[in-house]
Design a binder for this molecule. Structure first.
Ligand code: ZN
Ligand code: FE
Length: 204
């Protein structure tokens, strides 16, 4: 008898459009898929929120054009985090809310709103705390998915890397505003948002 193709068939029937092998596999490895989807939606809604509110925060940094540029890097990277994770939510069988207001209410982080009497120091504090909330959100997702849901983990880890960088950027700037001293973050100009700083192809 010819050897069977070992993975030709599994629990999901051929042609089944209700069940996904990519979901079945991670369930078998102990992922609570519904809970993971909820956490992904919450973290992704926060990315959407930071993208939106950073637009406003950035506009109030006039006179600090260097801060503006760094806020812009964070803003565009957060937008790409929204875009990176949204397809993954759908692959898992989830969705983002058809009503945007309902979507943003699911966010894992508070809205990083423009503070009253918005000085650079106050704005940088809002930016910093938004980044810290994002780190907590993505770290939790990395913890849940480690060794089990490799695809979500890879995407969340990419996002987490950038959020950790964002925290360092805003710590540096807030420290400078507050104390006038240096707390280097290692921020270098990105050739494009999301560009890993280890890239050897840093253009302009
Ligand atoms: Zn982000
Ligand atoms: Fe961020």
């Amino acid at each position: 008898m010819p050897a069977p193709h070992r993975h030709e068939a599994g629990r999901v029937e051929a042609g089944d459009l209700e069940n996904r092998v990519g979901v079945q596999m991670i369930r078998e490895r102990g992922i609570d898929v519904e809970d993971l989807i909820d956490k992904l939606v919450a973290a992704t809604a926060s990315e959407w929120g930071t993208y939106y509110y950073y637009t406003i925060l950035r506009m109030h940094l006039a006179g600090h054009e260097d801060y503006k540029e760094i806020a812009e890097d964070a803003r565009l990277e957060d937008r790409s985090h929204f875009e990176l994770m949204t397809p993954r939510i759908y692959e898992l069988g989830g969705e983002i809310h058809n009503d945007m207001q309902a979507f943003v209410e699911q966010a894992s982080c508070p809205d990083p709103k423009l503070p009253e009497d918005p000085t650079a120091e106050k704005i940088l504090l809002v930016l910093l705390e938004a980044e810290r909330c994002a780190i907590r959100s993505w770290q939790e997702i990395c913890d849940i998915t480690a060794g089990k849901d490799l695809r979500t983990h890879a995407l969340a880890a990419r996002i987490l890397q950038e959020e950790i960088e964002h925290e360092a950027w805003f710590m540096e700037l807030l420290n400078f505003e507050r104390n006038g001293t240096s707390l280097p973050s290692g921020h270098f100009k990105r050739a494009y948002p999301g560009q890993a700083p280890i890239s050897h192809n840093r253009g302009t």
